[in-house]
Design a protein. Structure first.
Length: 163
């Protein structure tokens, strides 16, 4: 199948207006499966963005998009601890890898759920750690963004779809 295939609603692809719900479902399922933790989708768009750890995965093919997962250092460390089954002190050095892997798996699960699993490829995750940075896409895009809550801490996920 050509990489620039247009997404057509007759191809068994979930309609774009349902993608936000699918994205939230993918995130909840992946956090449960990979780390054994429960997250919930919040409707509170005023939650703070505590983004000391940001993972980014590119999606190319039938859609062009960027998926981002942002959270605090503490949340990233807790997730790494849960994923690895080790104390938080031992997991701190692995927090970036853990958040990158969660980002990658959520993006993969999402593209499969919407019916584009074999029509898109994912980039290797990129992880940025620190507090003095801003991320923005240069492409004209539609943005699906939502906060998740894990132990009352926000984890922000966003899918920026080009075109």
């Amino acid at each position: 199948m050509p990489m620039n295939k247009q997404v057509d609603s007759n191809d068994g692809v979930t309609p774009r207006e349902q993608w936000s719900t699918v994205l939230g479902t993918s995130a909840k399922e992946v956090f449960s499966m990979m780390a054994g933790v429960e997250v919930s989708v919040s409707d509170d768009m005023t939650l703070p963005v505590l983004a000391n750890v940001t993972a980014v995965v590119g999606i190319a093919g039938a859609i062009r998009a960027i998926f981002k997962l942002r959270c605090s250092t503490l949340t990233a460390t807790k997730i790494a601890s849960a994923m690895l089954g080790v104390p938080t002190e031992d997991a701190a050095a692995q927090k970036g890898d853990a958040i990158g892997e969660m980002c990658n798996i959520i993006a993969g699960d999402f593209k499969a759920k919407i019916g584009l699993g074999e029509h898109c490829m994912l980039s290797v995750p990129t992880v940025v750690e620190g507090s003095d940075y801003k991320m923005r896409s240069l492409a004209d895009s539609q943005k699906l963004e939502m906060p998740l809550l894990y132990e009352n801490e926000p984890i922000w996920i966003a899918l920026e779809i080009a075109g």
